[in-house]
Design a protein around this ligand. Structure first.
Ligand code: 5GP
Length: 122
C-alpha cells in the first residue's frame, strides 16, 4: 500500500503552527498535545512531525531516529501524565475500518478512569 499524505489535515496545520494546541511534550521528531474532545481525564495525542498517514506507513517509511524518538515520546508522556500506576490505553486508529478521522499518524493515550471493554459494538 502506498500512502498519499494530505498536508491540509488538521495535525499538519498544528505542526505548522496554523492552529493552536496544548502541548504536553515536544521532541526533535514528535509532538504530544491534549485532545480537543477528551474521552477520559487524560487524553493526549502523540504525533510524529514527519508526513505519515498511519502507523504502518510510519513503521515502513520513517527513519530509525524518528521511530525511536516517537516511541520514547509516548513513554515520556506516560511518565509526565503519571498514568503507569492505574494503567492506560494506547490507541492508533487507521483508515476507514479503523475509523481514523485525521490522516496523520497519532496515538491516543487515554487514562484516569476505567476505560471499559476494548471495542464498542456497532
Ligand atoms: P481519530 O479518530 O483520527 O483517531 O482521532 C482524531 C482525534 O483528533 C479526535 O479524538 C479529535 O478529538 C482530535 N482532534 C480533532 N481536531 C483537533 C484539533 O484541532 N485539536 C486537537 N487538539 N485535537 C483534535
Amino acid at each position: 500500500m502506498s500512502y498519499v499524505y494530505d498536508d491540509q489535515n488538521i495535525f499538519a496545520k498544528i505542526l505548522r503552527g496554523e492552529i493552536p494546541n496544548t502541548t504536553v511534550l515536544e521532541t526533535e521528531h514528535s509532538l504530544a498535545f491534549r485532545d480537543i474532545h477528551p474521552q477520559a481525564p487524560t487524553h493526549v495525542l502523540v504525533i510524529p512531525k514527519g508526513p505519515y498517514v498511519c502507523f504502518d506507513h510510519f513503521a515502513q517509511s520513517a527513519s530509525d531516529a524518528e521511530i525511536v524518538d516517537y516511541v520514547r515520546a509516548v513513554g515520556e508522556v506516560c511518565k509526565l501524565e503519571g498514568v503507569e500506576a492505574d494503567g492506560f490505553r494506547l490507541i492508533a486508529n487507521a483508515g476507514k475500518n479503523g475509523v481514523q478521522d485525521v490522516p496523520h499518524l497519532h496515538v491516543h493515550i487515554l487514562a484516569g478512569r476505567l476505560l471499559g471493554s476494548m471495542l464498542a459494538r456497532g
